[in-house]
Design a protein around this ligand. Sequence first.
Ligand code: C2O
Length: 536
Amino acid sequence: CRVRRYKFDVVMKNTTRLCSTKPIVTVNGRFPGPTLYAREGDTVLVRVVNKVKYNVSIHWHGIRQLRTGWADGPAYITQCPIQPGQNYVYNFTITGQRGTLLWHAHILWLRSTVHGAIVILPKHGVPYPFPTPDKEVVVVLAEWWKSDTEAVINEALKSGLAPNVSDAHTINGHPGVVSNCPSQGGFTLPVESGKTYMLRLINAALNEELFFKIAGHQLTVVEVDALYVKPFKTDTVLIAPGQTTNILVTADKSTGKYLVAASPFMDAPIAVDNRTATATLHYSGTLGSSPTTLTNPPPKNATAVANKFINSLRSLNSEKYPANVPLTIDHNLFFTVGLGVNPCPACKAGNGSRVVASINNVTFVMPTTALLQAHFFNISGVFTSDFPANPQHSFNFTGSGPANLQTSNGTKVYRLKYNSTVQLVMQDTGIVAPENHPVHLHGFNFFVVGRGIGNYNPNTDPQNFNLVDPPERNTVGVPTGGWTAIRFRADNPGVWFMHCHLEVHTTWGLKMAFLVDNGKGPNESLLPPPNDLPKC
Ligand code: C2O
């Protein structure tokens, strides 16, 4: 094991996409940002230097951060943001994890351009549990706005209405062949006939789940969220914001240029974003650059394609990589997740009301001191520990959503005993589309033991839970008008954010935090904060 040092300079950079140029916030001037490489067991030190006018913080999405919550990154949850001109060293050790994850800004909407890949290689001498690919390629999917994304969300918050959707999706930073700017090329993936490639797919988009497809080629899924799965073949991958998926692709043709497509999945009857980002899988020796073998991505409401993919996922659950699903439950939680409407006299465009979002009808209010600091130093008045274990308004799914859309505001956490086991069922309230909610839990991986459409039935549904080899992840989609059940062990002391990874829903308040108490053993307590922890 070694120490890996990185320097992330947060700087503005003029960037041209869709035939127009704007200054964007970047790390080291790059979009997408640099890939962070490490090996399982390594210690990673990233010095983040803030050279822009915004407050900044960086989250290492999916890194467990065992006892090192101070390095997790969500602003006002585990740290105060790094102010302009300041810097902070994120210091963490990668324990028991290998695979693809992502890092991204975790404040305001800076994630739109401040993101990149984390590649964790297995320990030296430890092979993948599948044939070693000839080459590995990071593929980051994202979105591009022609206008400034901070302005987009601020405008929406003022009006009370939904923000504008992006102008394009991107593959490794480029929209590809798009009609509104045909002259800009897309990303090219060069391949040699007969070789096998592992694509490390990342969805860094703000607000869109995406389908990913390569014309003429089967994809073998081997890992999601840095956890091995039982390999399966598919022609389409579904990937939500915050999720990662490793796929093997064999270049089994002799020649040609094949379209690579990323297009939105929106499981709701609403006209939003329908644009496809394209790239080219290019066999060496083939002339020309644009793809000639095309494919149609699934339409945005292709629920059956999405379900088939989700239902194919299983933990590898081998002797070496067992699925340790908790079989007993200490905390049995039921959370409704969804959108609501609250009064807003100043919101003229919204007719005196604004769209909000909530968990158990609580719209989370961001504190002005980080929750983890308040917890560690016993600062009172920052949060309360009364996050409800069940919804405040009872919920019965009838297809048209709940009658009571009002939410209450609060900075509430739910307390978990160290090493207790948690079952959490999340039910979408399905009132305003689009409402697939890819929910991300910081600090843990969890097992997705069940999923269904309509009302969750606590008496019958658990009988069908997969407690043997359910997929293990850090981000899971709660389906529109349906539910997802997860289980995890609260073995990481600290304060851990949980939120919808559609940034617009997070902004509206679809977020909460778990507070995990210290244990009694010598290695069961949160470590003290580093000296350079930013102050609010
Ligand atoms: Cu990837 Cu709290 O986020």
